[in-house]
Design a protein. Structure first.
Length: 568
């Protein structure tokens, strides 16, 4: 039995178990209480919590409920089905998650109408947090009542960190304050942006752009950047120019596991600042706000390249992909970042982001690769466009992204592998693609030199990276669940090892990783793990914060039905 099979057996019956509840004989002091337990909070307890937070406690009704009896509504259900992969649909839900595996088919729009809609792996209740007091109330309630606590924002989450059966969620999505400030300390003097935990990348980018400034975010404008994105490191189209998202963080406002509020920066609570900046989300505290560096906007050029495998030999197709890794590598040192997508039918680079580089210069830099394609007789599509600033380039050239369409894992590929073992790396791409998978490569160079004067818990493997390879399979909402499980098992046991074997000393991007990654403590956190565990023990001594693959999560186990228990 593979490790993922074990996880599947734990989660598969979850809808049934949560619907019926657990008897009192399932209670144990080492486990969080669960719906159906004698010691689960009473209706009066939840009502009191609702009063404490000013009526902002939400009892979960799954987003997909209109697609199931007895609340079936054909019109609403059709709308849900059509928009289910839109992130905006899930953003405004206090319970929905975008990763279909962790939604567990408990109540999605694609199962049969007469299939019961149950809470399954969704949070039981969520507090719509509007202040530090709300977060503190939630932490203290979960601690006093021995209830599992979950921190959630938009639902962008590949690893199931922002949901959990029988849990109370702290929903941070509506902390939307944005302020452009002048910031100064011993390490940075300049413009900065202070954002509430619920501010999404597009909102922060628009606020900065209005003042001729650039803030660091990812590819998706709907990700909440002060949450797991920056706390998990955060790759970005500007990584080769300015570093990772966590490298930009100047200050955190945090509620710890005891309900105390801290300002963490490089002068105060420095250990908490270090851990929150790259050491993973939902672990050390609840981020209320984040302050990060801003940069003066500059002209940016962008480019796309694509070609198909039809009418050319397979060897020529993969030779061209191997050549791309070679050509783009030195360009990363100029501040360029590129995304590439390799399938067995096509290869696309979309987009190439070149800050401070003119369209003419970018064309010259790319010409050797285009000439190579010509020499192989490969027809291609290609464009280079000049933009006045970063946001204009990003909005025009970044592909529209649906959610819940894939599942996958990742591995960070060091420059040495690209330059010395590129043929083996390409063979891994080819093997995955020929087996029906997809390889998405983010070509970037967030080196120590680029990051500058930083002190954070970003995985050290990023500093030597030439690319991060995300290995994915397509999710099919109407396929048998067992097929999707088999695909994920293939990612764990077959696909990712092709890449990790080339650089076993490297690691994975914790926000886009396989939740079942073997030796995840090392793969996600590297040499930082023991220090991070010490920081967690200091600020969360009762382990109220739990998330899949988070620091300290190996000391807990999710039993059949979803109950969270301490490992004996």
């Amino acid at each position: 039995m593979g490790a993922f099979d074990f996880m599947y057996e734990k989660f598969a019956p979850l809808t049934f178990a949560v619907a019926l509840g657990w008897g009192a004989n399932a209670q144990n002091e080492s486990c969080r209480y669960f719906p159906g337990d004698d010691l689960w909070p009473s209706v009066a307890d939840w009502a009191q919590l609702n009063d404490t937070v000013g009526g902002r406690l939400i009892a979960t009704v799954p987003l997909g409920a209109p697609c199931h009896d007895p609340t079936y509504d054909a019109t609403v259900c059709g709308t849900l089905q059509a928009s289910w992969i839109s992130p905006e649909l899930h953003d405004e839900s206090s319970s929905s998650v975008m990763a279909p595996f962790f939604a567990n088919q408990s109540c999605d729009p694609f199962t049969a109408t007469d299939t019961p809609c149950t809470l399954g792996n969704y949070v039981q209740y969520a507090i719509n947090v509007s202040s530090a007091d709300d977060a503190i109330a939630g932490i203290r309630f979960a601690t006093d009542k021995n209830v599992r606590l979950v921190i959630r924002n938009t639902g962008h989450d590949y690893l199931g960190k922002s949901t959990g059966a029988g849990s109370l969620g702290l929903w941070m999505h509506h902390l939307k304050d944005i302020e452009i400030i002048d910031y100064s300390d011993a390490h940075y003097t300049g413009k900065a942006i202070k954002i509430g935990a619920g501010v999404q990348a597009g909102e922060a980018a628009d606020a900065a752009d209005a003042q001729g400034l650039v803030t660091i975010g990812g590819n998706s404008p709907t990700v909440g950047i002060a949450g797991g994105y920056s706390q998990g490191g955060g790759h970005t189209p500007l990584a080769s120019k300015y570093g990772m998202a966590a490298d930009q963080v100047l200050e955190w406002e945090v509620v710890d596991g005891l309900g105390n509020v801290h300002i963490a920066n490089r002068q105060n609570n420095t250990d908490l600042y270090w851990a929150m900046s790259g050491g993973g989300g939902s672990t050390y505290g609840v981020a209320l706000a984040m302050t990060a560096k801003l940069y003066e906007d500059i002209p940016v050029s962008g480019a796309n390249i694509s070609f198909a495998s039809a009418n050319i030999s397979s060897d020529s197709f993969w030779d061209a992909i191997e050549k791309w890794s070679e050509v783009i590598s030195p360009l990363l040192d100029k501040g360029i970042v590129a995304n590439s997508y390799a399938m067995n039918t096509s290869f696309a680079v979309a987009p190439i982001t070149a800050p401070g580089i003119s369209a003419d210069e970018l064309s010259s830099l790319l010409q050797p690769y285009l000439s190579y394609l010509d020499s192989l007789g490969i027809p291609y599509q290609h464009s280079v466009v000049q933009f006045p600033g970063y946001l204009a380039q990003h909005d025009a050239m970044t592909p529209v992204q649906g959610v819940g369409t894939t599942q996958g894992g990742s591995w960070i590929i060091p420059r040495a592998v690209v330059r010395e073992r590129n043929d083996e790396l390409t063979a891994a791409f080819r093997s995955v693609a020929n087996d029906g998978g997809i390889v998405v490569n983010l070509h970037l160079r967030p080196s120590k030199e680029v990051a500058g004067d930083v002190d954070n818990a970003v995985l050290p493997a990023w500093r030597d990276a030439d690319m991060a390879s995300v290995i994915a399979t397509l999710w099919n909402f109407t396929a048998p669940w067992s097929e999707m499980v088999a695909d994920q098992e293939k990612i764990t046991n077959k696909y990712v090892p092709m890449f990790s074997s080339l650089a076993p000393e490297s690691g994975t991007y914790m926000n886009e990783a396989d939740y079942n990654q073997p030796d995840w403590q090392t793969a996600f956190y590297g040499a930082n793990y023991d220090r991070l565990r010490s920081v967690k023990a200091k600020y969360d001594p009762h382990d109220i914060f739990y998330a899949t693959t988070a620091v300290g999560s190996d000391e807990w186990v999710i039993h059949e039905g979803g109950r969270l228990c301490k490992v004996n």
